[in-house]
Ligand binder design. Structure first.
Ligand SMILES: Cc1ncc(COP(=O)(O)O)c(C=O)c1O
Length: 363
């Protein structure tokens, strides 16, 4: 008898990573994966280098020092924090712990692909709620809740739209979920959000037994290559997930660099304000060019080219690539393009290329 993988696994296509090269261009401007072109803080780099002297030792499986730093900086309970090999791994650990065949995993149209992948691999059915005006539609999600719904996730701010749910909306969504449904709020872009009615859901974790928040060091902290993120979970979920977490899922250099990175709050505040300045400027300039800028609270823009024109997301992507810039096709249909906000010169290059693309006669 030949071996058979679990049913869900064969329903999945292999993950396609964002493009990172352009043929013939030695140093492209890579704005396809919402990384931070600013790089990590100096303190994080120094900690990473220092960690080289300990490569022959296993890392601290308890992750204590990093959890302490996260708890101090965010005023959280250290004993409810779990670190993962990127927030990807934490999402996977939550899904593996709580859902399987016969269950439903609810997410929004633009939900982060990893929770869909892990849910399917577990044999669960993924239920997708449409979004309205590029925003997660709480009513559409709630109307899809069934007695099989065991997992519900939203990214806040969301990717690739950059839009967000207010605290009231998040709480209303949570209130409509059954108590036996884990509600995971993926806050990969939270540090960039500055809207007055945006609030992190970290406080909700201490109020409810079924709310988990994930964060990452891959975005504003610029440690994507090290693969490190963290989750804040209620005690019972913490206990379950710790049973299946492999003891050394987070490596030593990553733990050390992340600890220094999170303590360097001035550096992170500077990156967030730089991003917010560019966010406003890019929105104004795109609007002036006749491109719709979906209002973003993240470090990227989803832009929509006008329907009644010969301009499109794929046309713009090809044009930007001819200028050495890598954006990411995203959203529904061919009118959308997602571009990460980068350094001054990178953003100027994007705007200048888009101006020329919109002015050119060809598509
Ligand atoms: C919404 C969202 N969640 C999670 C992640 C994954 O982050 P990590 O690098 O921590 O696995 C990303 C990365 O692009 C993301 O966009």
């Amino acid at each position: 008898m030949s071996m058979e993988p679990r049913a869900g696994v064969l329903r999945l296509a292999p993950y396609q990573q964002g493009q990172s090269e352009i043929e013939g261009v030695s140093e492209p401007i890579k704005l396809s994966s919402n990384e931070s072109s600013h790089g990590p803080s100096r303190a994080a780099l120094a900690a990473y280098r220092d960690a080289a002297s300990q490569l022959h030792r296993y890392p601290d499986g308890s992750q204590r020092s990093l959890c302490n730093a996260i708890a101090e900086v965010h005023d959280l309970k250290q004993e409810l924090i779990i670190c993962g090999n990127g927030s990807d791994e934490l999402i996977q650990l939550m899904v593996r712990s709580y859902i399987g065949e016969g269950h439903e995993s609810l997410q929004s149209e633009n939900g982060f692909v990893m929770s869909r992948i892990h849910s399917i691999a577990q044999g669960a059915d993924v239920v997708i709620a449409p979004e309205k005006n590029h925003r997660i539609d709480v009513d559409a999600m709630l109307s899809r809740v069934s007695d099989r719904t065991r997992f519900c996730t939203v990214a806040n701010p969301n990717n690739p739209t950059g839009t967000y749910l207010t605290e009231d909306q998040i709480r209303r969504l949570h209130a409509g979920l059954p108590d036996n449904c884990l509600f995971l709020i993926d806050e990969a872009y939270a540090e960039y959000a500055m809207a007055p009615d945006y609030t992190t859901a970290l406080a909700m974790v201490e109020e409810h037994d079924n709310v988990v928040v994930t964060r990452t060091f891959s975005k504003i902290y610029a440690l994507s290559a090290l693969r490190i993120g963290w989750a804040y979970c209620p005690a019972a979920i913490y206990d379950v997930v710790q049973r299946i977490r492999t003891p050394f899922n987070t490596n030593g250099p990553a733990l050390a660099a992340a600890e220094a990175a999170i303590r360097d709050t001035d550096y992170i505040a500077g990156i967030a304000s730089h991003n917010a300045l560019w966010r406003d400027r890019i929105a104004d300039e795109l609007t002036a060019m006749g491109i719709e800028a979906i209002p973003s609270q993240a470090n990227f823009y989803l832009m929509r080219f006008p329907d009644d024109s010969n301009k499109s997301g794929t046309g713009a992507a090809a044009f930007l690539q001819s200028r050495g810039i890598i954006p990411r096709p995203a959203g529904n249909g061919d009118q959308f393009l997602r571009v990460t906000i980068g350094l001054d010169a990178e953003n100027e290059a994007v705007l200048s290329a888009l101006r020329d693309y919109m002015a050119a006669n060809e598509q």
